[in-house]
Design a protein around this ligand. Structure first.
Ligand code: ADP
Ligand code: ADP
Length: 226
């Protein structure tokens, strides 16, 4: 669980592109915030600044009241999932999910228990022995999510995680992702250009256009319907 605050955040890339223009946004503890807007409006740049992968040109990103850029990667406790799942192809599902725990030095028994509970929650408990090439697209995305959340991050950042999947699977995974993050109570920022996704998943939606945050509110406040 964590709070995120963007205060007067702007990002100008070295080539002069103003990608993010004076954005102010507060994300509450345990909230599912969707960042919605057309391609190129600055959503990923906002997410990357929250992750500490880009530095704001001006303004500040705070996580639990601390400057994101002052936090070392381990102290950030942030998990990210992108549209290309980037699983380790030579490892089984179990080893993919367990990998962050292994790096953190967790013993094999608690590791196996943690992996099993995450895999069960994601409906992939029966494919733990397979390799990524033997999985469907939806299963791969579930493995990527499992690997991301297995260390119990305080903040979960997702950038268009469903855009490479077909529409039936997208709808199914939308419900799963929002259910899972709520169950875990993890604060989530979810980037998409898909309004239906925003409406079905968000506690609140933040709408961006051309680097500017235009509107923030619940789906009902923003669109007049749930
Ligand atoms: P979105 O995620 O909404 O598609 P981005 O945050 O990726 O938007 O990009 C916002 C703007 O910043 C776009 O005009 C994009 O071309 C530009 N941009 C993104 N990354 C860079 C970069 N590293 N250098 C220069 N311009 C960039
Ligand atoms: P321990 O506290 O036993 O050392 P942890 O896994 O809790 O093991 O934390 C080890 C380091 O990794 C800490 O600095 C912690 O902040 C960081 N950390 C914990 N969980 C995550 C996570 N989900 N993502 C990234 N870093 C994390």
């Amino acid at each position: 669980m964590a709070t995120v605050a963007l205060k007067d955040v702007s990002k100008v890339f070295p080539n002069g592109t103003l990608a993010v223009d004076n954005v102010n946004l507060d994300v509450n503890d345990g909230e599912f915030m969707v960042l919605l807007g057309p391609s190129g409006c600055g959503k990923s740049t906002v997410l990357r600044m929250v992750a500490g992968l880009e530095t704001p040109t001006s303004g500040a990103v705070m996580i639990d009241g601390e400057y994101a850029n002052d936090l070392t990667p381990p102290d950030r406790r942030i998990a990210m999932v992108f549209q290309d799942f980037a699983l380790y192809p030579h490892m089984t599902v179990e080893d993919n999910i367990a990998f962050p725990l292994k790096l953190a030095g967790m013993e094999s028994t608690p590791r196996e228990e943690r992996v099993a509970s995450v895999a069960t929650a994601l409906g992939i408990g029966d494919v733990l022995g397979r390799r990524p090439s033997q999985l469907s697209g939806g299963q791969r995305q579930r493995v990527a999510m499992g690997r991301a959340i297995v260390r119990r991050p305080r903040l979960f950042l997702m950038d268009e995680p469903l855009s490479n999947l077909d529409s039936g699977l997208r709808a199914e995974l939308r419900a799963e992702i929002s259910g899972l993050t709520r169950e875990l109570g993890v604060t989530t920022i979810y980037v998409t250009h898909d309004q239906a996704e925003a409406l079905t998943m968000a506690d609140r939606v933040a709408i961006m256009r051309k680097g500017v945050l235009q509107d923030v509110g619940t789906p009902t406040q923003v669109y007049g319907r749930p």
